[in-house]
Write a protein that binds this ligand. Structure first.
Ligand SMILES: Cc1cc2nc3c(=O)[nH]c(=O)nc-3n(C[C@H](O)[C@H](O)[C@H](O)COP(=O)(O)O)c2cc1C
Length: 194
């Protein structure tokens, strides 16, 4: 089995194609972000890496706040659009038909159409090169009630989340297992035991 060795690049996949909102309810903006992830559980912390030339960059830098809105397959066209058009030229909320909802802890709005939104407060801005990483604490999470069952469990599978891999968008497929399933003892089938 032969491997080709390429020079170092940002080829980590899949990543989310998240819609990051910034600004205020009165003057919001949204851009698509692939370079994001979780970096700590307690306190819950994330990052987004943003190029300084983005219109959103100064808004996030000055306000120290943003919201990461997870996207579904149904929104993939709008997600791409928000990643190729700038808020300095157009109102992307109007263009995409997105509705804003006030966040609970930050000034930046949530996107109503997104199933899950993470309200974030910047703790550090680190200039890395092409991008500046905004390290941030997740201060609140807003979840669309229609994905919460009667037991209070969030059913992410029903959201139809989308992913981004090496320049292409994908729909998340079927569930293959859950955390720790590989080592979990199988439940005995009561009928079999009899
Ligand atoms: C799938 C996808 C992922 C992207 N990820 C990032 C990213 O992580 N960081 C970034 O600075 N720009 C990223 N972009 C580009 C910005 O979303 C794009 O330049 C956008 O138009 C900036 O909007 P603004 O000028 O209104 O801030 C991405 C674009 C797409 C389509």
């Amino acid at each position: 089995m032969a491997k080709q060795f390429w020079k170092g690049s940002a080829l980590l996949a899949p990543v989310p194609a998240a819609l990051v909102t910034c600004g205020t309810m009165e003057k919001p903006n949204v851009l698509t972000i692939g370079w994001t992830g979780i970096v700590c559980t307690r306190p819950p912390m994330t990052y987004i890496s943003v190029r300084p030339e983005r219109y959103s960059y100064n808004i996030i830098k000055e306000s120290g706040e943003f919201v990461i809105n997870l996207t579904s397959s149904a929104m993939v066209r709008e997600t791409d659009f928000c990643g190729v058009k700038s808020g300095k030229d157009i109102n992307k909320f109007e263009a995409c038909g997105f509705h804003t909802v006030p966040a609970s802890q930050v000034s930046a709005p949530l996107i109503e159409e997104c199933p899950v939104s993470l309200e974030c407060r910047v703790t550090e801005a680190k200039e890395l090169g092409s991008h500046t990483m905004f390290l941030a604490e997740i201060v609140a999470v807003a979840v669309d009630e229609k994905f919460i069952d009667s037991k209070g469990k969030l059913n992410l599978q029903q959201c139809g989340l989308a992913a981004y891999a090496h320049g292409e968008y994908f729909a998340l497929g079927r569930k293959l297992g859950d955390f720790g399933f590989s080592v979990r003892r199988k439940k005995h089938n009561s009928k079999r035991r009899k």
